[in-house]
Design a binder for this molecule. Structure first.
Ligand code: ZN
Length: 92
């Protein structure tokens, strides 16, 4: 289990590189949800999410819009790590 810590400061997000932490940036039609792999490998990923909905196009996730206790649906598959972000916790 890893806590998903939200960063508002992009530089601090990149510098700290805390496993499971995330930073979001609003795109024109969706939200980019950036996060460091919860496993601790240091890999940074981005997925397309909707604030309270799942974007129709492409691989995408439903985000509950919360930064305190974020939940993504469906599960997140990073290849070497596959699990869920639920209530602010990454779990395999
Ligand atoms: Zn990893």
């Amino acid at each position: 289990m890893k806590q998903a810590t939200h960063y508002t400061d992009h530089d601090a997000f990149l510098q700290d590189a805390v496993p499971g932490s995330f930073w979001v940036s609003d795109g024109p039609e969706h939200v980019n949800f950036w996060f460091f792999c919860p496993c601790g490998c240091g890999e940074k990923r981005v997925i397309r999410v909707g604030r309270g909905y799942k974007p129709e196009a492409g691989p995408s996730w439903h985000w509950n819009g919360a930064t305190e206790k974020p939940t993504l649906k469906p599960s997140v598959d990073l290849g070497h790590w596959h699990g869920w972000l639920t209530g602010g916790v990454w779990q395999k």
